[in-house]
Design a binder for this molecule. Structure first.
Ligand code: PLP
Length: 394
């Protein structure tokens, strides 16, 4: 991005800006503190100590134990590890997994892979707000169900799932519970004990940390297999020389996020609610996707009738506004978002969707500018739409 051109960043669900404190903490581990954490001399033990410190910060942030945190290369890897290794535990017990239709592809594609290997997967529906139906989830449980995997909060429409109830259901039935908390970790309070979570995925770059680093929380006593073989790192469960700068950065990002969790959430939620209110006031024929209350503090997702989301994104980009029409991983594809289809939107409405995800760095002025830009772009696109013309005539 040209640093002299002003832009408004509203795509924090895709990734966040790395905090300066995070960058500063990482730099020494690229330069003078470059030791391998497995080496016994001081340069190595310095790296080892830094890794331990991050592990402790992260464990504390979740009410877990440092021995339950395993660093990975991010959310997708953590999801893959949790699902594949948990499924493989089922050899003696059977092979059934329950998940939801609105999971991230890190979970959904891993489930498809497991189905090809002979496992059975039930994809539970969500309601029109994107919230999982607990009665359906209960009904889906079988004698051979080994794992329930339901995301903490959705990356597209921001809905927060009833995690406590799902955790209780899993525990009562002796089933492992995994949650993809990539969008929630660092933004919502999470207590793995209170919520009965056995496995939890998180990723650094969603909380102002670096990319390519994340972790899997594995509750003590859950004996899922190692993910990568070849060394003693991460208690031999995820081998490979550690990404020390990344781990240090993730630790600092977690510390920053959890030290001001409520203040940050309140600030960003105020911006979110103002943005929702203004769009609803200014732009006709739009609908908010997702639940108004059980929603990530930074997520806004609207469908605008008679327009095409990709064109809207291009027009916003020309005004310097970074937004998204679905998850970053699927943008560029012409298929409408599986999440919007799962909440019951028809294809043509799902195609006209816009996701704006805020951060505490955004200002009211930026929100006002965005509303003006969206209104103008939607208006122009509707003028070119034969469907809109027919609608107005009739
Ligand atoms: N899960 C969810 C809910 C996400 O939103 C994302 C990224 O957008 C991921 C998993 C993947 O995380 P990563 O980019 O760290 O692989």
């Amino acid at each position: 991005m040209d640093k002299f051109n002003k832009f408004i960043y509203l795509d924090n669900a895709a990734t966040t800006k790395t905090a300066p404190e995070v960058v500063n903490a990482m730099i020494p581990f690229f330069s003078e503190n470059y030791g391998n954490a497995s080496s016994i001399y001081r340069l190595g033990t310095e790296s080892k100590r830094a890794i331990m410190q991050s592990r402790e910060i992260i464990a504390k942030s979740l009410n877990g134990d440092p021995a339950e945190i395993y660093f990975t290369a991010g959310g997708t890897e953590s999801d893959n590890w949790a699902l594949v290794a948990a499924a493989e535990l089922s050899e003696a017990k059977g092979g059934h997994i329950i998940t939801s239709k609105i999971e991230h592809h890190g979970v959904l594609h891993t489930c498809e892979y497991l189905e090809k290997r002979g496992y059975d997967v039930t994809y539970v529906d969500v309601d029109e707000k994107g919230i999982i139906n607990l009665a359906d989830l209960k009904k889906a449980i079988r004698k051979d169900t080994i794992l329930i995997s339901v995301m903490f909060a959705n990356n597209e429409i921001g809905t927060i799932q009833p995690i406590k109830e799902i955790g209780e259901l899993a525990k009562e039935n002796g089933i492992l519970f995994h949650t993809d908390a990539v969008q929630a970790y660092g933004h919502l309070a999470i207590d793995v004990k209170e919520l009965n979570i056995d496995l939890l995925s998180a990723s650094g770059h969603k909380l102002n940390g670096p990319k390519g680093i994340g972790f899997l929380y594995i509750r003590k006593g859950v004996k899922i297999r190692s993910f990568i073989h070849g060394g003693a790192q991460e208690r031999s469960r995820r081998a490979g020389t550690e990404n020390v700068p990344g781990i240090v950065g993730l630790g600092v990002a977690a510390k920053l996020a959890f030290s001001q969790l409520e203040q940050r959430a309140a600030k960003v939620q105020k911006l979110r609610d103002y943005l929702i209110e203004q769009i609803e006031k200014e732009i006709p024929y739009c609908q908010l996707n997702g639940d108004r209350e059980k929603r990530l503090p930074n997520n806004v997702n609207f469908s605008f009738r008679f327009i095409e989301g990709e064109s809207l994104l291009i027009m916003l980009d020309m005004k310097g506004i970074c937004a998204s029409s679905g998850s970053a991983c699927t943008s560029g594809s012409l298929e409408p978002s599986h999440v919007l289809l799962a909440i019951g939107l028809p294809h043509e409405i799902a195609h006209g969707s816009l996701r704006l995800t805020l951060s505490e760095d955004n200002t009211m002025e930026e929100i006002d500018e965005t509303v003006v830009a969206v209104k103008e772009a939607v208006g122009k696109l509707r003028q070119m739409s034969p469907l809109y013309e027919d609608f107005i005539k009739n």
